[in-house]
Write a protein that binds this ligand. Structure first.
Ligand code: ATP
Ligand code: MG
Length: 145
């Protein structure tokens, strides 16, 4: 079967490891390169790049590890991040600009402004978050092209 069939969505999957700051950001940069190759607009690529980078970094920093799935269709890009981890006890609070539980060590690396989740939400046309304490977090974002 032709894997480049235009009628088939393109799918990419990445494993994201906890605390791996060497590889952190690789998944989002590969997704960005793919969208550039496929000819998506700069506006769409920027939104996907921000949303995937923020969700990837949250898995690295706040979870125990997870996966990032991306489905690229001509009209939309769907991003699903699933992790195992402590989960988010209060989602409304976590969604607020400036809320962060990042420890000092992480803040020294330049993270922990509490802007990742609000940025994801503003980049996404559709944003869903589900989290279970001591199990993990799932985030689904759809960005229309
Ligand atoms: N995947 C996750 N697992 C567990 N907790 C999470 C996860 N993602 C976010 N959180 C919680 O939600 C808070 C807010 O997340 P957000 O991405 O907005 O900010 P941050 O990661 O702390 O800082 P920044 O993204 O600006 O570097 C986090 O500090 C953390 O407590
Ligand atoms: Mg974050």
């Amino acid at each position: 079967m032709d894997t480049n069939n235009v009628n088939e969505p393109m799918k990419m999957q990445f494993d994201i490891a906890h605390d791996d700051f060497i590889r952190a950001g690789e998944a989002s940069s590969k997704i960005k390169k793919m969208l550039l190759q496929l000819g998506f607009s700069g506006r769409v690529i920027r939104k996907v790049a921000i949303a995937t980078y923020e969700v990837e970094m949250n898995i690295v920093i706040h979870s125990w590890g997870g996966t990032l799935d991306v489905e690229i269709d001509p009209g939309s890009i769907t991003i699903i991040a699933r992790d195992r981890g402590p989960g988010i006890p209060n989602i409304d609070e976590a969604m607020q600009e400036g809320f962060s539980t990042a420890p000092e060590k992480i803040r020294e690396m330049g993270f922990g402004a509490g802007m990742g989740l609000p940025n994801m939400k503003s980049c996404a046309d559709e944003f869903f978050i589900d989290s279970v304490v001591n199990k993990g977090t799932t985030i689904k974002m759809i960005i229309n092209s």
